[in-house]
Design a binder for this molecule. Sequence first.
Ligand SMILES: CC(C)(COP(=O)(O)OP(=O)(O)OC[C@H]1O[C@@H](n2cnc3c(N)ncnc32)[C@H](O)[C@@H]1OP(=O)(O)O)[C@@H](O)C(=O)NCCC(=O)NCCS
Length: 179
Amino acid sequence: MQIVNMKTLSKHQLEQAAEILFLSLPDGWPTLEEARAEIKERLIPENTLLAAVENETVLGFGGILPSYGGNLAELHPLAVRSDTRGKGIGTALVHALEDAARQRGAFTLWMGADDEKEGGETSLANVDLFDDLPARLKDFQPGTHQSAFYLKLGYKIIGVMPDANGKGKPDIYLGKRLV
Ligand SMILES: CC(C)(COP(=O)(O)OP(=O)(O)OC[C@H]1O[C@@H](n2cnc3c(N)ncnc32)[C@H](O)[C@@H]1OP(=O)(O)O)[C@@H](O)C(=O)NCCC(=O)NCCS
């Protein structure tokens, strides 16, 4: 498997990436069309988009966007093909994106991880986040949520936006210091 800059991908490979995005994160990109548009919009020199490719096939991809004037980099989006998950591809992409963010001079790589599924996945869903948030963060339980993946990679919860996705459905911010 190779990690390559998405600027070098063929039209066919960009279509594979759009399919991965649409199938992996349907809440964010409910149609293939919207996933295609997202990739097109993000493929600009200010951002870095990297793909994991094996035998010409895209297995996953992720991007970083400058935020807070370039002091930080935001990871957005990240998705691995469902049949190749759990094999280290997501980890390899995040590590390569950390290197790219470091090269761009960012102090921190961060991401928002929405806890938006019905019923909630983490211990921050469906609770009053205005009541003793520090204690809730200390006792954080990711459950089945993707924040477990980022915690394994050394990311820490650096914030939470209550009700960002509807009542009781927060956006959870995770970050890692790069320098
Ligand atoms: C999150 C995602 C990118 C991880 O990619 P991956 O290639 O499966 O990740 P890795 O194989 O590198 O996993 C690294 C570790 O994290 C764990 N992990 C991965 N996804 C996880 C999840 N959703 N919940 C809990 N643990 C997870 C793996 O089990 C592995 O643990 P191990 O080191 O103990 O074996 C992938 O599951 C995905 O595309 N999910 C759907 C889209 C998504 O949620 N994107 C993130 C939006 S913020």
